[in-house]
Design a protein around this ligand. Sequence first.
Ligand SMILES: [Zn+2]
Length: 173
Amino acid sequence: MVTAVTGQDAGTQATGVREAAVWRALRTVPDPEIPVVDIVELGIVRSVIVDDTGVAVTLTPTFAACPALRVIQDDVAAAVAALGEEVRVTTSLHPPWSSDDMSDEAREKLRRFGIAPSDRHGGLIQIALDAPVRCPRCEHPDTTVRNAFGSTLCREIRTCRSCGETFERFKPI
Ligand SMILES: [Zn+2]
């Protein structure tokens, strides 16, 4: 009886160690479109399940048609396989990714990279859409949309009326 409990505890502990290793590995996978940000802080890793059969990672892309998803799936599979794990990578679109899922650290990195992150909206998307977008260079709130789509669908191009900087903004969704 005691042995069984100890064995189970040891198993749970080993699973916890493996799970932590998987999360660490996932933190080494960058977003292909914004290499300064990893996929964990971007909030697209929905779940990690570790059991006797291996590791199941579920990703939720920032946009359903995000062309970078394929690259991310391959990078995730490679990073987890490097731990000696059997890995399965699946995609879930429900519930959809929200810009709120991005960590504060990721927002700061985006800003330093010259991309304006969207503010947290707690589901009240209209508030985020109506809120002024600050220029990542001079912090001025008077910026306008120049092009609804930037280099990717998730971003738009804006111009700062104060310093003239043209920058991309991660759209709130
Ligand atoms: Zn500016």
